[in-house]
Design a protein around this ligand. Structure first.
Ligand SMILES: [Zn+2]
Ligand SMILES: [Zn+2]
Length: 172
């Protein structure tokens, strides 16, 4: 069951105020959830029964999806897969490198960063059009509020401890 997550010093924020990693949460909250899932032999993501206690994931998809609650790269990979590499604006399918994962409600407007319901696959041109429109209205919103990422502790070297690493370069 999801529990409320308060912003911790481990939160690594990238350009656009995007959350890139919740590293400490992965090793605390995330580790606890994986441990409990193994103990009860139920998938940590979808709660389906597992064949053994060795892994907390029933499938690679669930593994990605679970990592994505903590790491942007994994969230991105999962969203591309979920949307079947189809731009959710124009409906055209593209190669992965032509696609970007976009926040439906921009973070600057309070959209959730690592929340699947707020993420969608868009192609480059649709994304560029959306960003232009956003900047136009955002500038007139009277003074862009810049979030300061600098006050937090230095970003810990992050990475899922388990095997899977998401592919691809840093977003945007
Ligand atoms: Zn599962
Ligand atoms: Zn498009």
């Amino acid at each position: 069951m999801p529990r409320p997550r308060s912003p911790a010093p481990s939160v690594r924020v990238g350009p656009n105020g995007r959350i890139l990693a919740l590293s400490v949460a992965w090793f605390t909250d995330g580790a606890e959830r994986r441990r409990a899932a193994r103990a009860s032999a139920r998938c940590v993501e979808c709660a389906r029964p597992l064949p053994s206690h060795r892994t907390p994931y029933c499938s690679r998809t669930c593994q990605w999806k679970f990592h994505g609650h903590y790491f942007w790269d994994s969230a991105r990979s999962y969203v591309l897969l979920r949307d079947r590499y189809r731009c959710q604006v124009c409906g055209v399918r593209h190669r992965a490198r032509e696609l970007q994962v976009d926040h439906i409600v921009e973070i600057a407007r309070g959209g959730a960063a690592l929340e699947y319901s707020n993420l969608q696959t868009v192609c480059r041109s649709c994304h560029a059009a959306k960003t232009r429109a956003f900047l136009r209205t955002h500038r007139s919103d009277a003074g862009a509020s810049t979030s300061d990422a600098g006050s937090a502790a230095p970003p810990p070297a992050a990475g899922p401890a388990e095997s899977l690493r998401a592919t691809g370069p840093a977003p945007d």
